[in-house]
Design a protein around this ligand. Structure first.
Ligand code: BES
Ligand code: MG
Ligand code: ZN
Length: 483
């Protein structure tokens, strides 16, 4: 979809026109001149007040023509934030698309860089659909909103917003692909194509190289599948000396059946999304390659399929990970942290000062925080706070969980190896994070995001549709841009 900025010329109303309004505040209708009173009366009659996420469509005769207006609520002025604009823009773009509009005009008062970016992101995220496998598309699914014009939009905000939202939609597209299409081998090929397209360096390690590098943890999880695992490393290097070096690590389970500790049907459903962390990392690289920050960025993931078979790893197995630590397998369904062990060790050897990992790691995190919020874990308070404060603007909800509980930490130290891959039911998201921390190199600042909940949704809301969300892409890119 194209997004453009437009100057408002009085007396020339283009339509359909979306207008964003604060609750009980009609100021943004002032620009309509004589039409304002008519619209306000119609809105009153329909009981529209500008409440958050409310939408009213109005058609009225103006001169010789019928004009369509969409009124969008931002909620109370003092409570609204950047994400309110993103959401309102998504709702109107989605609705206009459904109504068959090819272009849409949007008025939201005076706009700065941030708001223009948010509106652009909202619209592009809002019209997203994953319908490539629908042979016969419903009438609604054929309609495409092609152009958005934002009155007084900031050009740079629109440019960056477009890149961010398209990168997030790219991530959603991969997450939504099922396990029979995206497996470890095809995911690695996709990464290679992305790198080629944007001139990034990319190295893919096959199952032999994985074993030769000592990545027995990743290999153990992957070897039960008839599609072998892959290890992917993409690098973005800025011209000249980088201000910082950062690694992004994603969990890349293209399907998680649970392995020999097999999941029951209900829990196995949607486990194609267990690669969401890796997909987010790819989306981030797509954006970074276009935005070109003065930061060296490494994208890393192990791709594997967790399957039960005669070659699958077993409960009781003891595995030596790449950094030399031994892991006793308590449960083959706690596989993500086992693959991440080697990915984090590898990332720690690249000379980076920071690592962010994203993983659909635990159901326990969803029990703790619900399905709309990611768990944030860190070994560096300041790093964690920076991401938390950015997440308030990106709308990607994150909440910090503690890492300082020494007694809880003991739960992963039981058993015959150095570490046990499961610490039991209680505090399951935290013990998983503590396990990961064992593989982060000395002195490296690290944040772990458990995105099990928000990476994939069973129902649409705001700018998300059902399925993959691309959660984490915008917050991480914004963070890198600020470094
Ligand atoms: N991929 C799952 C976690 C998950 C669950 C993600 C639901 C998204 C939605 C992970 O590999 C897993 O199975 N975790 C187990 C760990 C347990 C065996 C210690 C879990 O959360 O039940
Ligand atoms: Mg699992
Ligand atoms: Zn998993």
């Amino acid at each position: 979809m194209e997004v453009n900025s437009l100057r408002f010329e009085p007396l020339e109303i283009r339509e359909p026109l979306g207008i964003l309004l604060y609750e009980d505040d009609w100021q943004n209708l002032d620009f309509l001149g004589s039409l304002k009173d008519n619209i306000k009366r119609l809105a009153d009659a329909e009981g529209f007040k500008g409440k958050e996420e409310s939408l009213l469509k109005l058609s009225l005769i103006h001169g010789d023509n019928v004009r369509s207006f969409y009124l969008l609520g931002l909620g109370k002025r003092e409570r609204a934030n950047v994400d309110s604009y993103r959401t309102a823009s998504a709702l109107v773009a989605k609705r206009a698309q459904k109504d068959g509009a090819k272009s849409l005009y949007l008025y939201a008062g005076s706009l700065d860089y941030k708001l223009s970016k948010a509106i652009t992101e909202g619209a592009i995220l809002g019209v997203y659909r994953f319908d490539k496998y629908k042979t016969k598309k419903e009438e609604d699914d054929k309609k495409n909103l092609q152009e958005l014009f934002i009155y007084g939009g900031d050009e740079e905000g629109i440019r960056v917003g477009k890149i961010l939202a398209q990168a997030q939609n790219f991530t959603r597209d991969i997450v939504n692909e099922p396990g029979n299409v995206i497996n470890p081998v095809t995911l690695a090929e996709l990464a290679q194509r992305l790198a080629q397209e944007y001139g990034l360096q990319c190295k893919v390690y096959d199952e032999k190289e994985i074993q030769n590098m000592g990545m027995n943890a990743l290999w153990s999880v992957g070897k039960g599948s008839s599609t072998p695992p892959r290890f992917v490393h993409i690098t973005y290097r800025p011209e000249g000396e980088p201000k910082e070096r950062i690694a992004l690590v994603g969990k890349g389970l293209t399907f998680d059946s649970g392995g020999l500790n097999i999941k029951t049907g209900d829990y196995m459903r949607t486990m194609k999304m267990d690669k969401s962390g890796a997909c987010a990392v790819l989306g981030i690289m797509k954006a970074i390659a276009q935005l070109k920050p003065q930061v060296e960025v490494h994208a890393i993931f192990g791709a594997a399929e967790n399957m039960p078979s005669g070659t699958a790893y077993r409960p009781d197995d003891i595995i030596r990970a790449m950094n030399g630590k031994t892991i006793e397998i308590d449960n083959t369904d706690a596989e993500g942290r086992v693959t991440l062990a080697d990915a984090l060790s590898y990332a720690s050897n690249l000379g980076v000062s920071r690592i962010i990992d994203m993983a659909t790691l635990t159901g326990a995190c969803m029990v703790a925080l619900g399905e709309y919020t990611a768990g944030l874990f860190t070994n560096d308070e300041e790093f964690g706070e920076e991401l938390l404060s950015l997440s308030k603007e990106t709308g990607e909800r994150m909440w910090k969980l503690p890492m300082d509980d020494k007694r809880l930490r003991e739960k992963i130290r039981k058993g015959d190896g150095d570490l046990l891959n499961s610490g039991g039911r209680y505090g399951g998201a935290i013990t998983a994070a503590m396990f990961l921390e064992e593989f982060v190199g000395e002195g490296i600042k690290w944040v772990h995001l458990d995105i099990a909940g928000p990476a994939h949704l069973r129902e649409e809301f705001s700018y998300y549709s059902k399925g993959g969300t691309g959660f984490g892409v915008r917050t991480c890119v914004e963070y890198i841009l600020k470094l």
